[in-house]
Design a binder for this molecule. Structure first.
Ligand code: AMP
Length: 428
């Protein structure tokens, strides 16, 4: 049997998956809520290719990051180009911003995306090699802290809208171009006596990119002893951070300042943040993001500023309440008895579906008992019973599966009566 590659999975309709976190309707529910919310904040969707030139991620994400150094799916195309399955979407969005000269057409560009990302990670609970992200980016001339605060407000609203109650917002500033050398110098100075006890990766990072050491999962204790990088911020970066905090306070959004938070991508400047959930276990990050004022220039574009975030849909799907989302089960199932009823049923479902009702009919002839069993299995809300006597009398029986109550539908006015009872909205 050919199965999904390691650490990838199928997302399935609920009836085919006992693993609720892999049920596709939960993903759809989160996506729908996000689309609705983002529209209200003025974000429009962008869809970029699933693969890009490798150089985009090498330059955009940073060669010292785990993502670029270990986790990318990269191959040589027949013409010699090096291509990579996207491990994240921000670099692609900025590439599109530059390629389509969006900066010349809008003062502030607000884009969101929904789609799969690929990283060759060691799989575990909440960590997959193909996973799904929803993200949003604000790109333009301004680095006003109000942008940071509004984006954080929006994502915290989404967390609440999908019913996640136990999330914690963690906030930090990784400073600006002037603060970074101060951080690096402090980290090198403090860690010089401890180099030999650090992991191989951190020994290398010590030389190439010391800030990355703060992100190390292995050298946790070494990192815990370091002084706070917040004390080393330039006046400009400190003021920016304090203003973001003040704007969040004014909105009643609570957060925890975590000076160790640097996140796994090199492009961040000033604000970085993460939202974690206690119910997720070791892979507890629901989402992360921050400011990336240097990325556009780094990728050959204008010196545009940027702020954005990406949330892990797989992790959201694991965390939202049990009954979230609509599984897409029938509103109504027609149990037909006899050839004439079958033909009538085929036409009835057409009319109902046009009216926006999810109407189901089985193509086999069954007994009433077997039909009712099937309706139950399909989790239909109502069953319309259509037999010879019903057809003859013009009085049809509509049974509610919830409480077994029964109503009578008249053949002349069936569409209106059923639509009213089943209560579905009219199709657009
Ligand atoms: P990042 O792009 O690394 O900033 O990640 C943003 C969010 O995507 C994280 O907070 C996770 O929720 C999610 N995520 C990242 N990597 C994975 C993965 N391998 N599997 C599942 N979710 C992931």
């Amino acid at each position: 049997m050919i199965t999904t590659p390691k650490y990838t999975r199928d997302l399935l309709p609920a009836e085919f998956s006992n693993d609720t976190s892999a049920q596709v309707h939960r993903f759809q529910f989160i996506e729908e809520r996000a689309r609705d919310l983002f529209r209200r904040y003025g974000f429009k969707e962008i869809r970029t290719p699933i693969f890009e030139h490798t150089e985009l991620f090498a330059r955009g994400v940073g060669t010292e990051t785990d993502i670029v150094s270990k986790e990318m799916y990269t191959w040589k195309d027949i013409n010699g180009d090096s291509l990579t399955l996207r491990p994240e979407n921000t670099a692609s969005v900025i590439r599109a911003y530059i390629q389509h000269k969006m900066w010349g057409q809008a003062e502030t560009v607000k884009l969101f995306y929904v789609g799969p990302q690929f990283r060759r990670e060691r799989g575990q609970k909440g960590r997959f090699r193909q996973f799904y992200q929803i993200g949003a980016e604000v790109i333009g001339n301004s680095d006003n802290p109000a942008i940071d605060a509004e984006c954080i407000e929006m994502i915290m609203q989404l967390v609440a809208d999908v019913g996640i109650g136990n999330a914690e917002l963690r906030l930090n500033s990784v400073g600006d171009a002037e603060s970074r050398p101060r951080f690096a110098e402090m980290i090198r100075r403090e860690l010089a006596p401890k180099i030999s006890s650090m992991c191989g990766d951190c020994q290398r990072r010590y030389e190439t990119n010391p800030l990355r050491i703060l992100d190390c999962k292995l050298d946790h204790e070494v990192v815990a002893g370091l002084p706070s990088t917040l004390d080393l911020l330039t006046d400009d970066a400190r003021q920016h951070f304090e203003t973001v905090c003040r704007y969040l306070d004014a909105r009643g959004i609570s957060y925890k300042i975590d000076s160790r938070l640097v996140r796994g991508l090199d492009y961040y400047t000033k604000t970085v943040f993460e939202v974690v959930s206690g119910s997720l276990g070791s892979q507890n990050a629901l989402l992360g993001g921050g400011r990336y004022d240097g990325l556009s220039k780094e990728l050959g574009g204008p010196a545009a500023k940027g702020f954005g975030f990406a949330l892990g849909l797989d992790r959201f799907a694991m965390t939202i309440p049990e009954n979230s989302g609509d599984q897409g089960n029938p509103d109504l199932y027609i149990a037909h008895l006899g050839a004439a009823a079958f033909e009538r049923a085929l036409v009835l479902v057409q009319g109902l579906r046009k009216k926006g009702i999810a109407a189901a009919v089985d193509f086999e002839t069954r007994s009433l008992k077997s039909s009712m069993k099937l309706a139950d299995k399909l989790k239909a809300r109502y069953v319309l019973i259509l037999g010879e006597s019903e057809l003859a009398s013009g009085q049809w029986a509509l049974r509610s599966m919830k409480d077994s109550s029964q109503s009578t539908i008249s053949a002349e006015n069936w569409l209106e009566e059923i639509t009213n009872l089943v209560g579905a909205e009219e199709a657009v």
